[in-house]
Design a protein around this ligand. Structure first.
Ligand SMILES: Nc1nc2c(ncn2[C@@H]2O[C@H](COP(=O)(O)OP(=O)(O)OP(=O)(O)O)[C@@H](O)[C@H]2O)c(=O)[nH]1
Ligand SMILES: [Mg+2]
Length: 235
């Protein structure tokens, strides 16, 4: 049986963390969880540690001292996953924008031959709910922009709900990954594509965050906009 690890980066997710962990552990397939918490002032990490008594051996946490960004949280998690020998490694947000039930379909896509399975809003049958039209348009055209600059054959280039086969994370030089936010998600796909890994999009319904606060900032948008051009000439 494969070892599956869901990495969930958290910063102030106390409203979501309990339900998220319980939902993942109630799925029909076996997943372990690694929370990478950046010293959330709201006590997210303390709650995870409490739950570790209940979910001993399958709920893990790595704590970092301050808010160091999504990209480095995932790199930290990827290294931890490789060290502990997981076969399939997932990225998922804690705010239920990504429906944990879809982890099973991402896993199946990789079991059926994908190296990277991407939970996609913009492929056939993919959907976004609750987002204001402006945000959908911005996100969609950001993906078009990325495809035009990088010729990356993925419809949802900024998607952050993914499953990687171990080999992908062993091959990408993780210490060279340099971006933080949306650009991080683009960079990982672009590197996987350049290394000729098979990327498959799995349609998902993406729902806007209901509880807790968004950590998205204009800095992250700017990084993605300029970062894509840097990637085109850099990687
Ligand atoms: N460890 C860590 N996690 C983070 C950091 N920034 C965001 N996160 C987590 O990353 C996930 C995605 O962050 P969100 O704020 O939901 O970003 P987003 O989904 O692009 O934005 P919204 O649609 O507005 O929610 C959530 O689980 C956050 O708690 C960070 O600096 N460090
Ligand atoms: Mg979110």
């Amino acid at each position: 049986m494969s070892k599956n690890l869901v990495i969930i980066p958290t910063y102030n997710e106390i409203e979501n963390i309990d339900k998220m962990i319980r939902t993942v552990f109630s799925l029909p397939r076996a997943f372990e969880i690694l929370i990478v918490d950046d010293g959330s002032p709201d006590g997210t990490a303390a709650h995870v540690k409490l739950l570790q008594n209940e979910f001993s051996g399958k709920l893990h946490i790595e704590e970092r001292k301050g808010k160091l960004g999504l990209g480095t949280a995932y790199i930290h998690g990827f290294k931890w996953a490789l060290k502990n020998n997981y076969d399939f490694i997932f990225e998922m947000d804690c705010d239920f924008s990504h429906n944990p039930n879809d982890l099973v379909r991402l896993l199946e896509a990789c079991e059926n031959g994908a190296d990277v399975a991407v939970g996609s809003r913009y492929c056939k049958n993919g959907k976004v709910s609750n987002w204001p039209l402006g945000r959908i348009l911005m996100s969609y055209f950001a993906s078009v922009y990325v495809r035009m600059v990088l010729w990356l054959p993925v419809k949802d280039t900024t998607a952050g709900f993914k499953c990687y086969r171990k080999k992908v994370l062993e091959t990408i030089p993780l210490d060279e990954v340099r971006f933080m936010g949306y650009a991080f998600q683009i960079e990982m796909k672009y590197r996987a594509y350049k290394l000729k890994f098979k990327i498959v999009e799995v349609p998902i319904l993406f729902t806007d965050r209901v509880l807790g606060v968004s950590k998205m900032s204009t800095k992250i948008f700017k990084e993605a906009f300029l970062g894509v051009i840097q990637m085109r000439f850099g990687i």
